[in-house]
Design a protein around this ligand. Structure first.
Ligand SMILES: Nc1nc2c(ncn2[C@@H]2O[C@H](COP(=O)(O)OP(=O)(O)O)[C@@H](O)[C@H]2O)c(=O)[nH]1
Ligand SMILES: [Mg+2]
Length: 243
């Protein structure tokens, strides 16, 4: 154990967020100490949910709405942003054009971008241990935003309990889901931007594409308008029902 590690772990045990941040940085560098055993930790069953989809699908916006929904329920939430386009800075989750703001002093929410800098294997290596540390810290829910489950992010599928795939009415998306094979690994599919035209058409395409997949018609297809929060409550209910 390097000098200071015992003290760092003790601070982590005392729920010091700076200790959590330091440990997650060590995870990124591939230098984190082994996770302490469950002794001393209350057995909090953490829900771990992945939100995936192409850039601009509305993942960050939806994550922000889910956080608001969960906070209203009194649940504590950690967000792990594995999307380099959605860095978290100073209590804000930066989307492509949007900026989801959170109460900077709300102790019930924790945001963290996972960067691949320096780590062998990139996000796919770091995401699982990062989630384990967030679980050990005691969050009720961990939301993982990721740009995809292919290539660099292959580890995400196994690291989360429920994977939500976000698609939009924009043309061209259909091709992407098939190419990436994401439809096959999604537990719940969400048509976001339901306020835009073409949402119904995408739902139909999804229904037929999913009926051919391994989970058949068992994959729920929901609709959201993340920009207004519409459908977010129903999405969380569907996630809870699965788990
Ligand atoms: N019309 C519409 N725009 C949305 C909706 N949700 C997100 N957006 C917009 O889509 C853009 C990309 O959103 P963002 O959350 O950054 O997507 P991400 O790249 O998947 O994280 C932003 O300009 C959002 O305001 C929605 O439900 N309807
Ligand atoms: Mg984003």
């Amino acid at each position: 154990m390097r000098t200071g590690t015992a003290e760092l772990l003790e601070r982590f045990r005392q729920k010091d967020r700076r200790a959590l941040a330091e440990l997650l940085t060590l995870v990124e560098l591939g230098e984190a100490p082994p996770l302490p055993g469950p002794a001393g930790y209350p057995p909090i069953p953490t829900r771990v949910v992945g939100i995936t989809g192409s850039g601009g699908a509305g993942k960050s916006t939806l994550v922000g709405e889910l956080v608001s929904h969960l906070r209203r329920q009194g649940q504590t939430v950690a967000v792990l942003a594995c999307d380099p386009q959605s860095p978290v800075t100073g209590g804000a989750l930066l989307g492509d054009r949007i900026r989801v703001r959170f109460e900077a002093n709300d102790e019930g929410v924790y945001f963290r971008s996972l960067s691949t800098r320096g780590a062998a294997g990139g996000v796919s290596q770091a995401v699982r241990p990062a989630i384990e540390w967030l679980k050990a810290f005691g969050f009720d829910v961990v939301l993982v935003e990721t740009v995809g489950v292919g290539q660099d992010q292959i580890g995400v599928r196994d690291a989360v309990e429920t994977l939500v795939l976000l698609v939009t009415p924009h043309t061209g998306d259909e091709v992407q889901w098939e190419k990436a094979g994401v439809l096959e690994v999604a537990d719940i599919v969400v048509v976001n931007k339901s306020d835009l035209s073409g949402a119904q058409r995408v739902r139909q395409q999804l229904t037929s594409a999913l009926s051919l997949g391994p989970q058949g018609a068992h994959v729920p297809i929901l609709s959201t308008t993340a920009a207004t929060g519409q459908g977010v409550k129903e999405l969380w209910e569907a996630i809870e029902q699965r788990q």
